[in-house]
Design a protein around this ligand. Structure first.
Ligand SMILES: Cc1cc2nc3c(=O)[nH]c(=O)nc-3n(C[C@H](O)[C@H](O)[C@H](O)COP(=O)(O)OP(=O)(O)OC[C@H]3O[C@@H](n4cnc5c(N)ncnc54)[C@H](O)[C@@H]3O)c2cc1C
Length: 385
């Protein structure tokens, strides 16, 4: 076991599992857990050591989210987003900016959020309207309305994707870092929804928000492509987290069915039950292979497709797995005490965030069409008069 996986296991068993039920009742992020995560080296996994990070590759670090996903998928998701923000700041930020912010992010003194979506542009991210005017001194003044901002009001720093001209399309998009306390930043109330409220999600309003040139993470022209690279990492990390969720659901169903007796035998000895759980186990194995492959390909030309395969398959499989495991426990599967209803809810959310299942199919289909164009021919039946 690598050192980072051992650290994640320790974090899971000492901190996440004992507290997750209490977190579910909170309406704010458990910051003390994030600070402990920093001490365990989980907040700057991709950032270089000189900025307080671990300097790990994506393939080394992404399995951490499978470990954390066993305990609290939403917490794993928050930490994944934070690590991506830290990666972007330490990798692409100006020297002044990264010297100020990267150490704060890697120590958990500050949390980071990623802000792309708007009320009218979710899947169709290129349709965003938040507009930055570039001033003579290079500073950016931003106006707009973002939606679905995870860690809203909790994070200290938000990487916001903006347009820099009135022209339609994405060629002018940039990414700017906006500290939460910048004048003109305001959040709406947290959405009342299916997701655990300890990760608040809300609208973000930006009214004449001005940040200096040092806060530009990606200049005009790179905002959307850079965001899509970040999203590939997020998709792979979500798939890893969902494998953790599946393995937690499977273990619960195995323990229960092993010890539950009915019709004079153990539930686990019934073939129908074994087949249900065997399917969950196969999906889990497939999910691990998919996210593991994607994690090694991120940053190469094949990374986007591999991430899409993982994100297309695993959250769907995780929701199926949670439903199957609930069924194995019968009525007891619905009780919060067993944690399966939470896993089911989280899987539903993971099918939407960072690109829905349908959007992954679009990415995969794009590559299939490209492949089709390179193939030879087969006879196509035609109608002759
Ligand atoms: C809990 C949560 C946290 C989030 N956190 C963040 C965050 O921190 N930062 C951020 O920027 N965003 C965040 N998001 C936003 C998320 O990425 C979007 O919800 C997602 O991209 C989908 O956009 P939408 O909800 O507007 O759905 P829409 O884009 O309106 O899609 C509606 C439906 O149409 C389907 N659809 C879309 N296009 C096609 C097509 N061509 N063919 C077939 N079906 C299609 C979709 O799959 C979906 O089922 C979060 C979302 C959730 C649920």
């Amino acid at each position: 076991m690598s050192a980072i996986i051992a650290a994640a296991e320790k974090h899971l068993h000492e901190l996440v599992l004992p507290q997750v039920d209490e977190w579910e009742k909170l309406d704010h992020f458990p910051r003390e857990a994030a600070r402990a995560a920093a001490e365990d080296g989980l907040l700057g996994m991709y950032a270089p050591p000189e900025l307080g990070g671990q300097g790990l590759s994506l393939a080394e670090a992404i399995p951490v989210f499978e470990v954390l996903g066993r305990g609290a998928g939403v917490y794993a998701f928050s930490l994944s987003m934070h690590n991506i923000v830290t990666y972007a700041v330490s990798g692409f930020g100006t020297d002044t900016f990264k010297q100020e912010w990267a150490p704060r992010l890697t120590t958990g003194d500050a949390m980071g959020g990623f802000v792309l979506t708007e009320p009218q542009s979710g899947s169709d991210a290129a349709g965003l309207r938040t507009r930055a005017t570039i001033n003579d001194d290079g500073s950016y003044t931003v106006n707009g309305h973002k939606a679905w901002v995870s860690l809203a009001t909790e994070a200290e720093l938000y990487l916001v994707v903006v347009k820099t001209s009135p022209e339609p399309g994405h060629r002018d998009m940039a990414m700017v870092a906006i500290p939460a306390d910048t004048p003109g930043v305001r959040f709406g109330p947290a959405y009342d929804m299916l997701v655990s409220p300890f990760m608040p999600v809300a609208d973000m309003f930006l009214e004449d928000v001005t940040v200096p040139a040092e806060n530009v993470i990606l200049p005009p022209g790179q905002g959307l492509s850079g965001s899509l690279m970040a999203i590939d990492i997020a998709r792979t990390s979500i798939a890893a987290g969902c494998c953790g969720l599946m393995s937690a659901a499977l273990d619960t169903a195995l323990m229960y069915s092993r010890d539950r007796e009915m019709f004079g035998q153990r539930e686990l000895d019934m073939q129908g039950i074994q087949w249900m759980l065997a399917d969950v186990a196969t999906d889990l194995e497939a999910g691990r292979l998919l996210y593991g492959k994607a994690a090694t390909l991120l940053g190469t030309p094949e990374g986007t497709l591999a991430a899409a395969h993982a994100k297309r398959f695993v959250p769907d499989a995780a929701q199926r797995a949670a439903a199957t495991c609930i069924q194995v426990l019968g009525g007891y599967g619905l009780l919060k005490d067993y944690g399966l209803e939470r896993l089911y809810r989280i899987a539903a959310v993971m099918k939407l965030v960072d690109g829905t299942t349908e959007i992954q199919r679009m990415v995969i289909a794009r590559s299939l069409r490209k492949h089709a164009a390179e193939l030879g021919t087969v006879p196509i039946p035609t109608f002759k008069d």
